[in-house]
Design a protein around this ligand. Structure first.
Ligand code: ZN
Length: 136
């Protein structure tokens, strides 16, 4: 009796109807490949957060700094990825490990327009475990 195809090698399956693979070899190849795929995703996100951390560290060597958004983007920063969040009133700080930034807008008098900047800070003990996603 024939039914379905092996999810690993696309070979025709025979035998039990609920079979997904030819044999144990195909089963383990399939699961190894998928594991590698998810590990690649995790590694890529971790790489970006590490990169973000080193950029924030570079721009904020002394605990606190204000930098234009473009300067971080030019350095390869991604605002999409972060490892934790700390909310203080209306301001959210997005952390890459122990360095965090909050988006702010400052009015520039010389340029006559609002400028998007980031306020960079270092992690402090009092920020630990304070975030409640249902509160905001
Ligand atoms: Zn197979």
């Amino acid at each position: 009796m024939e039914h379905g195809k092996c999810e690993n090698c696309d070979g025709q399956l025979t035998g039990r109807v609920d079979k997904r693979f030819c044999d144990d070899q195909c089963r383990s190849n399939y699961h190894n490949r998928n594991k590698r795929k998810s590990e690649r995703v995790i590694a890529a996100v971790n790489r970006q957060i590490r990169k973000n951390r080193s950029i924030l560290h570079r721009f904020c060597p002394n605990g606190k700094a204000t930098v234009r958004k473009e300067r971080l983007l030019d350095a390869g920063f991604s605002f999409q990825y972060f490892s934790s969040i700390y909310q203080q009133g209306k301001l959210a700080y997005y952390f890459s490990y122990e360095y965090g930034f909050a988006p702010i807008v400052e009015q520039s008098h010389s340029e006559g327009r609002p400028i998007e900047k980031v306020l960079i800070i270092q992690y402090q003990e009092h920020m630990k475990g304070k975030f409640d996603p249902w509160k905001y």
